[in-house]
Ligand binder design. Structure first.
Ligand code: GAL
Length: 821
């Protein structure tokens, strides 16, 4: 007995010494295995890519200088039906976490389970909303039970796989809730009690790593409150022992249907990060590092696009978004090189006035300095320890030894990569795909008005459909007698609607359709319609385009046709209103083509290749194609189509809506990085289809043999322009300051020519460089051609010795290059 106990004790001791990775915190930095750390992290959401993409994305994150990957956990994806779980394919959370572990990076696991994230319904399952006595994110028994159930299930699963750092795994931090502090005021005392409950519940799960709560100023101890935003240098945690942590540094912004394409400059992202570490930050995470794609019906809303590119350091397809990726990588390497002084050094600050300051981190072993200039319009010249330094407007300079500037956030030495699309070379005539088609079978609904349930009331779409589909039919039959006062007048169908998109039919005739303007989801649809004496079938198809994901009580924002619905008879002196709201309404969730899985590769359905119609509503199209050669990412161009859903070999690649153009105004080709960023500051794509190209992950394709594309076109479109393309680097350019290294890379393709090169004071920007007033006396194009052409990458020291000495009146010299891939 004694010896058994001894054995168990020793085993436990052994186990703990093998797995002991202790995570604690001390006000300055997170401490892992006794080492205090500067932690750089990036968000990659596993369902927004495919398992086949994960290793490469994570590897690029690691090479980009990240220590950790942050992800949310997506409740509605994992528990689509209550107590029925899905962790398959791109929902394989454990596989994702292990892929990160394999590459020896840490993980920040944001369980939520409310996540926001531009994800459908903020990650909540809609069945949750439909449970009795339910109220989200407050002291509500039903909600708390479900939240605890899901959170516990995830924690248990992660523990079973020994993935918490306390078990020797990669997860160093876990998150409960998400930005509740932004909305807590709307929930009163119940909200305060709820956040306390969240803290206790999380704590009771005993994960052995700290829990964070982002944007939660009153986070109860021991929860760590963290900051989200474009800048977090001013953030102060609510406890002196909490390290200064930034869970979401928004690298760009998301896109809405009808909205433009936002960009956040590289200079400004780097500035915000450097400023944060200048001012005592210890953990910083890019939201997003890779945004990816909202496949299927996962986009939040209303009106979040299928692409979730976010202008992140890795683009939607997983390519390096240069120069953002490289400029930040350099920053990470420098910050890591200063880890010791940043975490142990004594801090002092010199204020030079006019928003210019120096911060010095000093240890016995040495010092590191940051010079920050937060002025929006003037460069600063400062004197520091006997030397003069110029700190450009809205930038931070880093001097790891407090003498030599090795990095300035506004001076980019990384190449810009220009991505180009190429036609699918596996097809003879790639553009001429051969189409077959089928109509969506809607006759039952249009002519008989017959659904699967009836109610004498208009219901919110979520309640009827449980969000099993975007589509819900609302149908009623109206018996009109000729003596009815409404008769003989001009008759209108009048609908108070919160349907994101609405199609209205009377007696099988399409009366009209409407899509809400973004932000105006409560509207009146009124159309003249023809009614007959006797029975009239009114069929309204309500379509959601992503359920809301943000705001207090967002779960109650109505969706669908909430009414009232009227028939209005008008003539010169009289208006008769017939309220149909309390009629017998028949409901049908979904469309029959979806139910019959017309998109599935196994589907036995009949399609016709004859007289393929264009601009026909509710139409299914199908074609086959060969996978593009090579390994570059594939996109499908859906220009010409209206709105609908696309499938590749049965995989839903998301909603498409190329007919929805971005608004005309507010775009600029120039983007000034100086001054605080906001989402509308730098936008492109005005007046163009909001999203025209859709990602087709390589793993969805058969590399040999035929592949199938199925489209469900809802409002009418022309598929004859549809074609497949690959995306790769077309050319690269850079403007690198003297004494730095020029690195050119065609991301795996060879560099084919040097199109332009000038050492001196070249002008212009990538794509339009020009020689300046001073120029090196050697042939710069020749030198670079010899060193780079034919190679996939080359690195060149930028020095006057190499290129010859141009006289530039003492100004900093740079090398501008444009190369073709
Ligand atoms: C934050 C939220 C994230 C995401 C982000 C915008 O408020 O926490 O989940 O929605 O905004 O992209």
């Amino acid at each position: 007995m004694v010896s058994l106990r001894f054995l168990v004790c020793c085993l436990l001791f052994l186990a703990s010494s093998v797995y002991a990775t202790i995570v604690s915190h001390d006000g300055r930095a997170i401490t892992i295995d006794g080492n205090r750390r500067v932690l750089l992290s990036g968000s990659i959401h596993y369902p927004r890519s495919t398992p086949e993409m994960w290793p490469d994305l994570i590897k690029k994150g690691k090479e980009g200088g990240l220590d950790a990957i942050e992800t949310y956990v997506f409740w509605n994806a994992h528990e689509p039906t209550r107590r029925q779980y899905d962790f398959s394919g791109n929902l394989d959370l454990i596989r994702f976490l292990k892929t990160i572990q394999d590459q020896k990076l840490y993980v920040v696991l944001r369980i939520g389970p409310y996540v926001c994230a531009e994800w459908n319904y903020g990650g909540f399952p809609v069945w949750l909303h439909n449970m009795p006595d339910m109220e989200f994110r407050t002291t509500n028994k039903a909600f708390m039970n479900e939240m605890q159930n899901f959170t516990t299930m995830i924690v248990d699963m992660v523990k079973k796989n020994k993935l918490f750092a306390s078990q020797g795994g990669p997860i160093i931090l876990a998150q409960i809730e998400n930005e509740y502090g932004n909305v807590i005021g709307s929930y009163g005392e119940m909200g305060k009690a709820y956040i306390q409950w969240c803290a206790n519940m999380a704590q009771s799960l005993d994960v052995g790593v700290p829990w964070i709560m982002c944007q939660q100023d009153d986070a109860p101890q021991p929860m760590l409150n963290t900051c989200n935003g474009y800048y977090c240098d001013n953030f102060e945690p609510n406890n002196a022992n909490t390290p200064k942590m930034w869970t979401e540094n928004w690298t760009g912004w998301y896109q809405n249907w009808g909205g433009k394409n936002p960009h956040r400059t590289t200079e400004d992202v780097a500035f915000s990060v450097a400023r944060f570490f200048q001012r005592g930050g210890t953990f910083q995470n890019y939201y997003m590092y890779h945004g990816g794609t909202n496949f299927g019906r996962t986009a939040g809303g209303p009106y979040i696009t299928t692409s979730y590119d976010y202008d992140a350091p890795l683009d939607e397809f997983g390519n390096l978004n240069q120069p953002k990726y490289g400029h930040l990588k350099q920053l990470h390497d420098i910050l890591h090189s200063m880890e010791k002084t940043l975490t142990y050094g004594n801090v002092s600050t010199i204020d030079f006035g006019n928003f210019v300051s120096a911060t010095i981190y000093k240890t016995e072993g040495g010092s590191s300095c940051f010079f920050g200039n937060v002025n929006e319009s003037s460069d600063a010249t400062i004197n520091f320890q006997g030397e003069t330094y110029v700190v450009p407007t809205w930038s931070v300079s880093i001097l790891p030894d407090c003498k030599t500037e090795v990095y300035n956030t506004a001076k980019i030495n990384t190449q810009t990569s220009v991505m180009v699309k190429k036609p699918n070379e596996a097809e003879d005539k790639p553009i001429n795909l051969k189409w077959s088609w089928r109509p969506e079978n809607i006759d039952n609904f249009l002519l008989k008005g017959r659904g699967e349930s009836t109610m004498r009331q208009l219901f919110d779409q979520k309640i009827v459909s449980n969000d099993q589909s975007d589509y819900l039919w609302y149908m009623t039959t109206l018996n009109l007698k000729e003596e009815d006062p409404v008769w003989g007048k001009n008759m209108y169908l009048h609908i108070n609607s919160t349907a994101h998109v609405l199609h209205a039919f009377v007696n099988g005739q399409h009366v009209g359709n409407y899509h809400a303007e973004n932000g105006k989801f409560h509207y009146v649809f009124e159309q003249e319609a023809k009614f007959n004496p006797g029975d009239n079938v009114i069929s309204l198809l309500s379509i959601t385009v992503g359920l809301p994901n943000y705001g207090a009580f967002f779960e109650n924002v109505p969706a669908g046709i909430t009414g009232p619905v009227f028939i209005i008879g008008k003539n010169d002196d009289e208006t008769i209103v017939k309220d149909l709201s309390a009629h017998k309404w028949s409901y049908k969730t979904g469309l029959s083509g979806f139910e019959n899985q017309l998109f599935s590769s196994e589907s036995q359905s009949k399609w016709s290749g004859d007289s393929v119609p264009f601009n026909r509503t509710m139409t299914w199209y199908k074609t086959t194609f060969k996978a593009p050669l090579g390994s570059e990412p594939v996109v499908v161009d859906l220009l010409g189509l209206g709105k609908g859903t696309a499938w590749i070999n049965g995989n839903n690649i998301g909603r498409y809506w190329p007919e929805f153009l971005s608004t005309e105004d507010g775009c600029s080709t120039e983007c000034n990085y100086r001054g605080a960023y906001y989402a509308e500051k730098c936008q492109t794509n005005c007046g163009e289809p909001t999203q025209r190209w859709y990602h087709v992950p390589r793993s969805f394709l058969n590399p040999k043999g035929d592949n199938t594309l199925v489209l469900f076109e809802e409002i009418g479109g022309n598929p004859s322009f549809v074609n497949f393309q690959t995306i790769g680097v077309g050319g690269v350019c850079a403007n690198v300051y003297e004494k730095n290294v020029l690195e050119l890379s065609c991301h795996g393709r060879p560099i084919s020519a040097i199109k332009f090169a000038s050492f001196g004071n070249p002008r212009g920007k990538c794509g339009s460089f020009e020689k300046g007033t001073c120029e090196a006396n050697k042939d710069v194009v020749n030198i670079l051609s010899a060193e780079c052409v034919g190679k996939e990458k080359c690195s060149v020291n930028v020095s006057a010795e190499k290129f010859g000495v141009p006289e530039c009146d003492g100004a900093t010299r740079s090398l501008a290059v444009e190369a073709l891939c």
